[in-house]
Design a protein around this ligand. Structure first.
Ligand code: SAH
Length: 230
């Protein structure tokens, strides 16, 4: 799968794909990463990429013509704009988008985009939450990471994907290590006894119950939608 990032700061993107799980996926060729510097498409002498707002107002917008020129590179891809006005990105979106061959992320800066460039080019628009970032790069990286995790062989074990939080609107059940050091130092704070006994069927059942309780406690909104489904 290929990710293209349209950005003014390619240096923010590349290092993320050199470390850890994404680094391995990149090395193995499961994901390909391409950064397109929007500034390369500025035609003016000073390579200026921002412009003032029509009708007044504070700040600048990315010049839509420069973006239009840059986005000619993305025409046969799924073009995702990062913007606070977009749909809130979810695990379901991550799974769905992992089916595409090539996704382009368009990262805003300054006060964001001229609406017309979104209208002309966006296949989808996403926000990663109700807060404002200084640019779309972090949001695009969040999305790319969570999309790529769903590709075969990116995670060490396919099992890791099963039962993860947000599958079937539940949070993952509490997990505990076998750390002897920790248990020795906190003898009154041992994991749930059924986990220690090792009966697989009982543990699966208990994990499901705890997963529901954890969801009810930490995410009552998710829990309510779960109740509606069942
Ligand atoms: N003035 C805009 C915010 C611009 S922030 C507004 O009030 O809506 C600059 C850029 O950061 C945006 O164009 C977008 O690409 C990115 N960005 C900021 N917050 C974001 C969020 N919650 N989700 C996704 N992208 C975001």
């Amino acid at each position: 799968m290929k990710f293209s990032f349209f950005t003014l700061f390619p240096q923010l993107i590349q290092p993320y794909f050199q470390q850890s799980i994404m680094g391995n996926a990149h090395k193995k060729g499961i994901i390909e990463v391409n950064c397109i510097n929007i500034r390369d498409f500025a035609t003016n002498k000073y390579k200026k990429v921002d412009d003032t707002l029509t009708g007044g107002g504070a700040g600048m917008l990315l010049n839509p013509f420069v973006l239009h020129c840059a986005l000619q590179q993305a025409l046969d891809t799924r073009i995702i704009f990062l913007s606070p006005c977009g749909a809130k990105f979810t695990q379901q979106d991550a799974k769905r988008l992992s089916q595409y061959q090539h996704i382009s992320f368009v990262c805003g800066r300054y006060e964001g985009f001229d609406e017309r460039i979104i209208e002309l080019y966006a296949t989808e628009i996403f926000s990663i939450g109700d807060f404002i970032l200084s640019g779309g790069e972090l949001a695009a990286l969040c999305m790319a990471d969570s999309i790529a995790r769903n590709l075969a062989s990116v995670l060490g074990s396919e099992e890791s994907l099963q039962g993860e939080s947000f599958e079937s609107n539940l949070l993952e059940a509490p997990n505990f290590t076998k750390s002897k050091d920790f248990d020795k130092n906190f003898p009154n704070f041992l994991p749930t006894s059924e986990y220690l006994k090792g009966n697989h069927a009982i543990i699966v059942d208990l994990k499901f119950k705890m997963s529901k309780m954890k969801t009810q406690y930490f995410r009552p909104d998710l829990f309510q939608s779960l109740a509606r489904i069942q």
